[in-house]
Design a protein around this ligand. Structure first.
Ligand code: UFG
Length: 340
């Protein structure tokens, strides 16, 4: 695999994946319309990899525009990140999510078919497991019904890939179920750039520690967990990015048709309060916080069984939660410096 189209390559996980693709000797070509990302990522990428990666500014639901890109680039494969991802927004505006997340995958697959591109890696989420009582979840844990329209778009997209790979098109598809990606590149040149108030825990923590938010609200401390707050599997975004390179390599050795699913997590469940405490400890800063009510739609606990990705992809996480929280804070400080 040499040239890879990376839809959503200007986003948080996409940009870190571009770095790892270059490190592995591949050529990422970004397809992104910057609706939910920031131009600053291009300078950050240039600092790390020595140049701005090739970029096509198009909407991934625009099949004609995608056709043009695939014709010009003739890629060996596609990594499809481009999607909307805010759970709460998806409840308020489900059609935005069905239109964009499902529409873009349909357009990508149709365009791939027209241009003879057979390999796709898809960004899925542990959200497909819903509120599972079987923990840790394995890839064969039955999806318990995603709680939000966003989550359901991932269930539908996974099924679309399963059916399309087994169809006359005979694709090779790898479905990666991310747990909770956090952190930033250790160089502090790229990281998460949440637009507006962050929905996710770690960006909210870094902003609260930096004084940009008054305080973090911990959503519930009455769950059936050791300290009462929810458990999640927080994975460093650099480890996650590296898994995409492994997935492409592994897929290259398989026969078509193929549709294989992998959990990408650390295998550990950490509570919200543990994350707050560890963040304070490794960074020597306070995170003002209060306990608030539960957030609608949150599951009590979710963490990955990682045996399949370890044995087939030969991949496991190398960075710790402390590394992730240190890198997230360094990124927040770099952002603040850039804004002065
Ligand atoms: N949390 C807080 N306060 C905040 C933000 C989050 O206490 O201000 C807690 C949440 O209640 C949860 C944990 O921090 O217990 C993590 O929350 P995030 O919003 O960071 O992440 P989620 O676990 O909700 O998100 C994950 C995936 C999504 C997926 C979602 C489905 O990242 O892709 O699960 O629930 F859609």
């Amino acid at each position: 695999m040499k040239k890879v189209i990376v839809t959503g390559g200007a986003g948080f996980i996409g940009s870190h994946t571009c770095v790892e693709l270059v490190a592995a000797g591949m050529e990422p070509v970004i397809v992104d319309d910057f609706r939910n990302s920031d131009e600053r990522v291009l300078q950050g990428l240039a600092k790390i990899i020595g140049r701005v990666p090739k970029l096509h500014r198009i909407d991934c639901t625009d099949e004609k525009a995608l056709d043009q890109v695939l014709k010009v680039e003739a890629p060996d494969g596609v990594i499809h990140f481009a999607a909307d991802k805010a759970v709460g927004e998806s409840v308020r505006d489900p059609l935005k999510y069905y239109g964009n997340n499902i529409g873009s995958l349909v357009a990508v697959l149709r365009s791939m078919a027209k241009h003879g591109v057979k390999d796709i890696v898809f960004s899925s989420s542990c959200t497909v497991y819903g509120d599972s009582d079987q923990l840790p979840v394995t890839e064969s844990t039955p999806p318990a019904g995603a709680a939000s329209p966003y989550g359901y778009t991932k269930v539908v997209c996974e099924r679309m890939l399963r059916e399309t790979s087994a169809s006359d098109l005979a694709l090779r598809a790898v479905l990666l179920r991310y747990f909770n990606p956090i952190g930033a590149h250790p160089s502090a040149t790229i990281g998460e750039l949440p637009i507006g108030t962050p929905n996710n825990l770690v960006p909210f923590i870094t902003q609260a520690a930096a004084g940009l938010r008054e305080r973090l609200t911990v959503f519930g401390n009455d769950y059936d967990t050791p300290d009462g707050s929810c458990l999640r599997d927080y994975i460093h975004v650099v480890d996650l990015a590296k898994a995409h390179v492994r997935a492409l390599g592994w897929m290259g050795d398989q026969k078509a048709p193929l549709c294989e699913t992998f959990n990408l997590g650390t295998g550990n469940g950490n509570s919200v309060l543990e994350v707050v405490r560890l963040f304070e400890e490794v960074n020597g800063v306070k995170v003002p916080h209060v306990i608030g009510p539960r957030r609608a739609g949150d599951v009590e606990a979710m963490y990955a069984d990682t045996k399949k990705s370890a044995s087939l992809l030969g991949w496991r996480t190398e960075l710790s939660l402390a590394d992730s929280l240190r890198d997230a804070w360094r990124w927040q400080l770099a952002l603040a410096k850039g804004q002065k």
